[in-house]
Design a binder for this molecule. Structure first.
Ligand code: NDP
Length: 329
């Protein structure tokens, strides 16, 4: 029995290439649950894996795809039975384990969550890892006291995957949302998702000059990191928090500790990969209840397996707007 998968391979000269190939089911890694994948996505990490391996892939050939949604086909895990609709994000699937850019995937039962009630497999993958992580970030900010009456919330990398979902969730919850973007042409898109203020990237891109700027944002979902995160920390209102999600602008953190010491600002780390099961369920339930579905459609970019080599390169260049949803069939 063969199926189509995006095979990413590295040649003897170290060059990485990716192409759709038909492969046999018995080539899948050994694990308890065989899933007929329906939809997958393109996240930043997928771009790294498809274009270079990104230091994430240990063995070649490899199947990329850090997330997928589909239907259980076979299971030796009593928690899952054929016909169950499931979602997978994280657990290093698509990095050190063959992933979801394929019509079938075999994974551990521990890694799956049930498809949240109210979502289709396609909608779950428009959300994908990027959107699920945005919800984890919003939950963390709220757990640290954020509420709509505290003031506007900033989202950096707003037109990207994490940013688009964060803008939509926050606006849907009644927050005043400001989005940082380096692409002025995305302004009407961001306003459609619910942003009321657009901050040009250049305004927050430069390294910290004054450790404290005026108190502007009650909180921030940060997909960019680097100098921008350092700058934003100095603009957070007293007692507010920044959820650090991504590093699209760099892994360094040129900042001062002054906002922590003089304004009680919190820097909250967000990891979606090893997130415990209960909090995964909590976040997915809130995605289903709090993310306006019309906004979700506005950010969806349809794709197929054969589009992935191009899309992997584009996400690395920051050229993808919103969320790619890959119909693998
Ligand atoms: P995208 O490429 O879709 O979005 C990133 C956005 O960041 C871009 O669209 C762009 O937004 C902005 N950006 C890109 N390059 C720069 C730059 N040099 N300086 C400033 N802004 C820049 O990626 P994702 O949304 O999928 O992921 C965003 C980040 O979050 C990645 O670093 C990813 O690895 C991380 N991530 C982390 C997770 C976790 O568990 N912690 C889970 C998922 C993602 P614009 O054009 O609007 O300026």
């Amino acid at each position: 029995m063969s199926f189509n998968a995006l095979i990413v391979n590295k040649d003897d000269a170290g060059k990485v290439s990716a192409a759709v190939e038909a492969i046999e089911v018995d080539r899948l890694p050994e694990a308890e649950v065989l899933v007929a994948v329906e939809y997958s996505t393109v996240n930043y990490k997928d771009g790294m894996v498809i274009t270079s391996g990104g230091g994430l892939v240990k063995t070649w050939p490899h199947v990329s795809g850090i997330d997928f949604a589909g239907t259980v086909e076979e299971s030796s895990d009593p928690r899952w039975k054929p016909g169950d609709k499931v979602v997978l994000t994280g657990w290093r699937v698509g990095e050190i384990w063959w992933g979801g850019h394929a019509q079938k995937a075999r994974v551990k039962g521990d890694w799956l969550v049930p498809l949240p009630e109210g979502l289709t497999t396609r909608q779950a993958m428009i959300v994908g890892t990027a959107g699920f992580t945005s919800m984890l970030a919003v939950q963390a900010l709220e757990d640290h006291g954020l509420s709509p009456d505290k003031g506007p919330v900033l989202v950096t990398g707003a037109a990207g995957g994490v940013g688009s979902v964060a803008v939509s969730i926050l606006a849907g919850l009644g927050y005043e949302v400001a989005g940082v973007t380096g692409r002025p042409e995305t302004e009407s898109y961001l306003r459609e998702l619910g942003a009321t203020t657009i901050v040009p990237r250049a305004e927050v891109a430069e390294t910290v000059k004054r450790p404290l700027e005026s108190e502007t944002w009650a909180g921030c979902v940060d997909a960019v990191g680097g100098a921008m995160l350092g700058r934003v920390l100095g603009q957070i209102k007293y007692g507010g928090s920044v959820a650090a999600v991504g590093l699209a602008g760099g892994a360094a953190l040129p900042a001062t500790v002054i906002p922590f010491l003089l304004r009680g600002v919190n820097l909250l780390g967000i990891d979606s990969v090893m997130q415990p099961y209960d909090n995964r369920l909590r976040a997915w339930k809130r995605v289903a209840s709090d993310l306006p579905m019309d906004r979700l459609e506005a950010m969806a970019v349809p794709a197929t397996l054969s589009d992935l080599p191009r899309l992997g390169a584009e996400i690395m260049e920051g050229r993808i707007r919103g969320r790619v949803v890959v119909d693998v069939n």
